[in-house]
Design a protein around this ligand. Structure first.
Ligand code: G
Ligand code: G
Ligand code: MN
Ligand code: NA
Length: 255
């Protein structure tokens, strides 16, 4: 398989890049975080979307190596922005369930890099999906606890689209719920989707979590979500995912 060969090559040749999408504090109206999204600069095919290669990377196990690269790159970027601009922008990375299979070794390596870069104060957030929690075992729960102890926060991505057992919200250490963009899309105040968003926000706050709405594309959506008490928004209204230099120019305010 050509794609698998190319992926192996891409790891060796460092053909991956991280793009950054701002996550805006809706009450402050200010970029407070960023989600790192991987891009593959393929020598002949150009920029390849993760949709085209993440599942193959998962099936082959290559995602472990790619995921470790993503983590290191995001951590270094966070340290660079802090050192250059005096600004702490939390960077979220997406972590595949496959990466949790041999968590022990990986965890120690990640935490020692964070210590070395002095990034143990919630500078990094890991986005997980509901599927991971459905496996629901003690090991995952223990891992998320260790994350919290080590100053790594956890977001539950695509919330509401998966199996949505509410039981795991109290069983696992989760800091942020990311409301899936399918709910953000039809947000007039009469809609069922609005009612769901409102209910998720109230529930999350009562459980001590913050809420990030994904797929915010219009000023109207931003306002409705802000008025409903949503903490953060992410989406094309603020910006598409950007290369690091562009993110830096547009969203990092020197303090
Ligand atoms: O920007 P967008 O088209 O990049 O992302 C498409 C999908 O790829 C999303 O579901 C996103 O979560 C996933 N994705 C992007 N970057 C990464 C990554 O570094 N690791 C994993 N596992 N998934 C990623
Ligand atoms: O699966 P995950 O939520 O990690 O990935 C987010 C995906 O949504 C990425 O592919 C990202 O590029 C995309 N995205 C980000 N903002 C918007 C938006 O406002 N509208 C749409 N349609 N997609 C978005
Ligand atoms: Mn995500
Ligand atoms: Na998502």
């Amino acid at each position: 398989m050509r794609l698998i060969q190319d992926l192996r090559h891409a790891i060796a040749e460092q053909e991956f890049e991280l793009y950054y999408q701002p996550i805006v504090g809706l009450q402050q109206n200010k970029c407070l975080k960023a989600e790192a999204l991987i891009r593959w600069r393929h020598p002949t095919r150009g920029l390849v979307s993760p949709i085209e290669f993440i599942s193959v990377a998962e099936e082959t196990g290559l995602i472990v190596e790619i995921g470790n690269w993503v983590f290191q790159q995001a951590a270094r970027q966070s340290a660079i922005w802090r050192d250059r601009f005096g600004v702490e922008v939390q960077i979220s990375i997406n972590k595949s369930p496959v990466q949790f299979r041999d968590e022990g070794e990986c965890f120690d390596t990640w935490v020692s890099l964070l210590k070395k870069l002095n990034l143990t104060n919630n500078n990094i957030c890991v986005e997980i999906t509901e599927g991971l929690l459905l496996d629901g075992n003690e090991a995952i729960s223990a891992t998320l606890e260790r994350y919290r102890e080590s100053g790594i926060q956890v977001s539950l991505d695509d919330f509401g689209t998966g199996y949505s057992s509410l039981a795991y919200l109290k069983r696992f250490e989760i800091d942020f719920l990311k409301i899936d963009q399918s709910f953000t899309r039809n947000l007039d105040s009469q809609s069922n989707d609005f009612t769901l968003c409102e209910a998720i926000i109230v529930m999350a706050h009562k459980l001590g979590m913050k809420v990030i709405a994904e797929g915010v594309e219009t000023e109207y959506q931003r306002k409705v979500l802000a008025d409903a008490g949503c903490d953060y928004g992410q989406g094309y209204l603020f910006s598409r995912p950007l290369p690091s230099e562009e993110f830096e120019q547009r969203f990092i305010e020197v303090r």
